[in-house]
Design a protein around this ligand. Structure first.
Ligand SMILES: *Cc1c(COP(=O)(O)O)cnc(C)c1O
Length: 704
């Protein structure tokens, strides 16, 4: 670092900080996050780590006082330089490996999970889209993401005294979001419109900069729209099917129109899940308008589109009945060069049944040049699931659905302590080595047992402190005693984490199937075990909410109290604490319903171990030495048989493998065998199950 003693003007830094807050690059750079936090720890916490809100609310005086400290000012200057270098780097991965992609990939997704302060995501699909966007930026791939600006986001979860989930919708203050209205050359907002039934719905776009990637968030909340149309973009997956189809018209058709209005010409349209499928109809309309035949138009659209499917759960695929489709499209179906009946066939799983609902996944599959699932097994399951669309194909393997296994954006999911740990060991380099398995194989061998174990302790301790604060807050709301939550949980105990959407197929309470046996496990004083749960159930999923309630009931059982914990309001912040602090990350879905899963991938860089059903990504990743498996590579057909069997497998692996290995200590109190497994996990998982590898694979297989 240059030993410049020149004083840095604070007004210049202020300008730089405002610019930095408007680019979500800071959400994957811990130095930048630390600077925002130190500017005002109070506002940082209050805003759920929102840099834009912090800068909007901090007083001039406080800001300049802070920046008057030359040591701090130099750190700010350093981060601003890093940011500048990043944004202007010309020798990216893509500059060597994807030169032929000159115009952007347009990536359509109903949700994006970039950061806890940008509440336009609900769960795994959104996080994946966010991580994909960040890696596209890191790798230098021209990229524009399209989604909706949800002005009340996804709900905040509060648990009642009875353990029941309540949903609270909290308005997003658009002035405190890092977004800006998209305007034309004269500075006026670009307003586009779509037709829904008899109505025209107008919308604008708010742009969000994510490193070098641009995101456009479409917003119908305009005074010139009727009330119900203003609410189309109110909530992530909000409302009934009529709202849902309206959201998907705005996303798909509106998205293409906004790109046109902005003069952006994508090289490929990537549909991340079926919600944006209507974009293919808009592209079709443009072709028909040029005067080409329907056959030729279709061909031209297919050439431009690709599709990723994300779930084998039937309810996870949007379907709209014929009445709703007719109401929405009847007046303009001729612009697609077809009749209503013909349009319905584009979304029909069984064309011989004319009154079947319109399935968005089918439209995607029919209108894409390629389609893929998100793990090998999910690819196979998808080929089976959709083979009826390809009656001419006789062999299952030939059904044109491939697979690319999901990953995570490692720098987004590593925290301060973990950054320091790897920086000390390997310098700053590790942050760019996610395509280099050799680097990780070599680097893990440089870690001593003592360092690794001390690091694990630090992370576990941080999680416990976080959990205590959260439980304290939650229980103060009930007006009960809260003192007990200040000392809850044990920083030396084997700590298991389980956090994800509380969809019933993920079977959150599976561990408690054989209740008496599991009580014995938790009652062993010499080998203490604790488990922390978190997760939201879909607002209309009462069965999922009952699962939450059951977990909370267990957490109040006299023999489990303080050892079984449920943390409310799972979001990316809660996730970051859990995935770093947990020794074991538990994942026990019904097979093969977890298409990939990604939360378990987030733990590897922190030295946690996975214990999972052989489903999704883990089926490919597990090699016997880098974590634990629940059962094998197969499953009984009947769900009740599978549940029963997996409960046994889960109990067995915890009791006979995980606990003994975690508590098998040498003279220094270190679990040597355990740490060997941790090293194997880091070396095999970090350089493979990340979004750099994933996006590079999309480039090679589908984007080029
Ligand atoms: C990673 C993540 C998910 C996805 O978790 P899975 O276990 O893959 O379903 C969902 N929600 C949040 C907040 C996450 O961080």
């Amino acid at each position: 670092m240059a030993k410049t003693k020149k004083t840095i003007s604070s007004s210049q830094l202020v300008e730089g900080l405002f610019a930095l807050s408007k680019n979500l690059w800071w959400t994957w750079n811990v130095d930048a996050q630390n600077i925002f936090q130190e500017l005002s720890p109070e506002l940082w916490t209050k805003s759920n780590h929102n840099a834009s809100a912090l800068l909007a609310d901090i007083s001039e005086k406080e800001l300049h006082a802070r920046l008057g400290n030359q040591k701090f000012a130099r750190r700010v200057d350093e981060v601003l330089k890093q940011f500048h270098t990043y944004m202007n780097n010309k020798t990216t991965w893509a500059s060597k490996n994807a030169k032929e992609i000159k115009s952007p990939i347009a990536y359509f997704s109903a949700e994006f999970g970039f950061h806890e302060s940008v509440r336009i995501y609900s769960g795994g699909l959104g996080i994946l889209a966010g991580d994909h966007t960040k890696s596209a930026s890191d790798l230098g791939i021209p990229f524009v993401g399209i989604s909706l600006f949800y002005r009340e986001g996804y709900f905040e979860q509060r648990i009642t005294v009875d353990g029941w989930q309540q949903e609270h919708y909290v308005p997003v203050d658009s002035k405190k979001q890092p977004t800006e209205l998209v305007v034309d050359g004269e500075g006026n907002p670009i307003v586009c419109q779509v037709q829904i039934g008899f109505n025209s719905v107008k919308f604008v776009a708010r742009k969000l900069q994510v490193g070098r990637s641009l995101i456009l968030l479409l917003d119908t909340n305009l005074s010139e729209n009727e009330e119900n149309h203003r609410n189309i973009t109110a909530h992530v997956y909000g409302g009934d099917t009529a709202t849902r189809i309206a959201q998907e018209i705005v996303l798909g058709i509106g998205g293409v129109r906004m790109l046109r209005a902005m003069g952006i010409k994508p090289s490929t349209y990537h549909m991340n899940e079926g919600h944006s499928a209507f974009l293919t109809l808009e592209l079709l309309r443009e072709e028909i308008f040029k005067g080409v035949s329907l056959e030729k138009a279709k061909e031209n659209v297919i050439k431009q589109c690709i599709f990723t499917t994300h779930t084998p759960v039937p309810a996870g695929h949007d379907r709209f009945n014929k009445d709703l489709m007719t109401f929405v499209f009847e007046r303009r179906v001729s612009e697609y060069g077809m009749t209503m009946d013909e349009l319905m066939k584009f979304g029909s799983e069984h064309p011989e049944k004319p009154d079947e609902p319109f399935c968005m996944t089918v439209l995607c599959l029919k209108m894409s040049r390629s389609a893929n699932g998100v793990s090998e097994l999910h690819g196979k399951v998808s080929r089976e699931m959709w083979k009826m669309l390809y009656p001419e194909i006789k062999s299952m393997n030939k059904v044109p659905i491939g697979s690319i296994t999901n990953g995570i954006h490692v720098n987004t999911w590593s925290n301060n302590s973990t950054n320091r740990f790897w920086n000390d060991l390997a310098g700053n380099d590790w942050k760019e080595k996610f395509l280099e398995p050799k680097f990780w194989k070599e680097t893990v061998n440089k870690i001593s047992d003592e360092e690794l174990w001390a690091h694990r302790y630090e992370l576990r301790r941080q999680l416990i402190e976080f959990a205590r604060r959260r439980l304290h807050l939650q229980h103060s709301r009930y007006g009960n005693g809260t003192a007990v939550y200040e000392t809850i949980l044990n920083p030396d105990a084997l700590t298991i984490g389980f956090a994800r959407r509380f969809a019933t197929y993920k079977r959150a309470p599976l561990l408690f199937t054989h209740f008496e046996k599991i009580l014995d496990v938790f009652n062993d004083q010499k080998k203490p075990v604790q488990i922390i749960f978190a997760g939201k159930a879909h607002p209309r999923d009462d069965e999922g909410k009952k699962f939450i309630q059951r977990v909370i009931e267990y957490s109040t059982h006299p023999n489990l109290f303080g050892k079984v914990i449920f943390l409310e309001n799972y979001d990316m912040n809660v996730a970051r604490h859990l995935i770093s602090g947990a020794d074991v990350w538990l994942n026990n879905p019904r097979r093969p319903l977890e298409a990939s899963g990604t939360s378990g991938q987030k733990i590897a860089i922190h030295g946690g171990l996975n214990c999972s059903i052989m489903d999704g990504w883990w089926r490919e990743a597990y090699d016997g030495t880098n974590g634990f498996s629940i059962g094998g590579d197969g499953q009984p057909e009947a769900y009740d048989v599978q549940d029963e069997q997996d409960a046994d497998f889960l109990y067995d692996v915890i009791k006979s493998k995980i606990i003994p290995e975690f508590y098998n200590r040498n003279a220094q109190g270190i679990p040597v065998k355990w740490l060997k497994r941790v090293r194997r996990a880091i070396a095999t998982l970090v350089p493979q199950y990340n979004t750099h590898r994933m996006v590079a694979e999309y480039v090679k297989k589908y984007y080029k």
